[in-house]
Design a protein around this ligand. Structure first.
Ligand code: ADP
Length: 385
């Protein structure tokens, strides 16, 4: 590797600040790419990191204009930083493509600062170059993936909505004519005929519920509201009041820790609490009144919520499956439901960039955990709204 200094440099006016050997050495060995440009923009001196970054020796670099190394009409030119600062400007930072001797061009941040010599010496420029190619490629890929994901999510939601609507029309016909059959021709049917027709009606009703639930999952993204700082206390109170009314006969009780203010989509997070409370009471043991606890922990950069119950519990082997659409561990006649509640919770929590999981064992109750991160909300809010 070259030393980065120019032993042939003829300009005797040029001196480094401090001009002593330690400064010269510091410049030469600094791990950041530095160059000194003369007043006309030509490279007077480039350090080892600069030479290495652009794949050239200091002999190759000395005397050429920095702008000779740009690729195409870069931002630097459009920003007016052709090879020196525009008049009146003393420092600037721009992104440019630099030609590398052996590799693909490099995307770099070029920072230029004008230094006025004391005692009438010619001014010179200190140039610093930082390679950001990898960062920019990663950013571009990430943006591409995010765009593709967004598009595919939208397509899926559209598909689910269209399919659901289209399924409802024939279903209504089926249900309507089965009802007519019973109303108008019921006297002509024997007991078995009436039973079979009511099976048709029940099946149609069930399918109507399933389609409605499918729509609920599809709508998590489509019908979202902005994420804003929200006091969770009234939200949890409302969610629990509804559960209290639904299961009044079982006398459920909730014990909750004080709740924080967290950045959430208010409507969606209320839905999460309601679904978890609903399950905590629905899957209760016959021999114990339902007791639900809501615990909150502050972790490093997120809030963790835990909804615990004293219900029937479940085998951990099913702990992932139950968060999938229509996955249930019980027959419909044992416990009412369609297997959509936890799938909706998962989708909502993932939209908030959190996680949701369960810890449980049969007969010993369950604890459903979820987290809501509190960092990086500016980014999230822009995405989500
Ligand atoms: P649903 O309650 O309509 O079946 P969910 O998606 O809410 O749908 O739950 C999926 C399955 O997870 C339930 O069928 C049940 O088997 C199990 N489950 C959910 N919550 C609990 C709980 N608190 N205790 C025991 N099992 C639970």
């Amino acid at each position: 590797m070259e030393s980065g200094t120019n032993p042939r440099r003829p300009d005797p006016r040029f001196t480094l600040p401090g001009s002593g050997e330690p400064f010269r050495t510091a410049f030469a060995v600094a791990p950041i790419a530095l160059a000194i440009l003369a007043a006309d923009g030509r490279i007077d001196m480039a350090n080892a990191a600069f030479c290495e970054l652009l794949g050239r020796s200091s002999d190759d670099l000395n005397g050429i204009r920095l702008s000779d190394l740009y690729v195409g009409e870069g931002d630097a030119r459009s920003a007016g930083v052709d090879y020196v600062l525009p008049p009146g400007q003393e420092r600037c930072s721009v992104e440019v493509w630099f030609n590398h001797d052996q590799q693909q061009p490099l995307r770099c941040v070029l920072s230029l600062a004008l230094v006025r010599g004391k005692g009438g010496e010619a001014p010179y420029y200190v140039a610093q170059v930082r390679d950001i190619t990898t960062e920019r490629i990663a950013e571009r890929r990430l943006a591409q993936y995010a765009g593709e994901l967004e598009r595919s999510n939208q397509e899926l939601e559209q598909l689910a909505t269209v399919v659901s609507h289209d399924l409802q029309a024939p279903l209504r016909t089926l249900r309507g004519y089965a009802q007519l059959l019973i109303d108008e021709y019921g006297r002509l049917l024997d007991e078995q005929g009436i039973r079979w027709t009511s099976y048709v009606m029940n099946g149609a009703d069930r399918m109507q519920v399933l389609i409605g639930d499918l729509l609920k999952v599809a709508r998590v993204q489509a019908h979202s509201s902005p994420v804003i700082e929200t006091d969770l206390t009234p939200i949890v109170t409302r969610a629990w009041e509804r559960i209290g009314l639904m299961y009044a006969a079982a006398s459920p009780e909730l014990a909750s820790e004080p709740l924080p203010v967290v950045a959430v989509d208010e409507i969606q997070i209320e839905q999460v609490f309601q679904n978890l409370f609903d399950n905590a009471v629905k899957y209760r043991r016959q021999d114990a009144p339902p007791r639900v606890r809501l615990n909150v922990s502050r972790l490093r950069d997120e809030w963790q919520f835990a909804v615990s119950d004293n219900g029937i519990g479940l085998e951990m082997v099913h702990s992932r499956r139950i968060f999938e659409v229509f996955q249930r561990l019980h027959a419909d006649h044992e416990y009412d439901g369609t297997g959509i509640g936890l799938a909706v919770c998962k989708k909502i929590i993932e939209r908030h960039r959190g996680r949701i999981w369960v810890e449980s064992s049969p007969g010993s109750g369950s604890t459903f955990y979820f987290t809501i991160p509190d960092a990086d909300w500016g980014h999230f809010t822009r995405d989500a709204s």
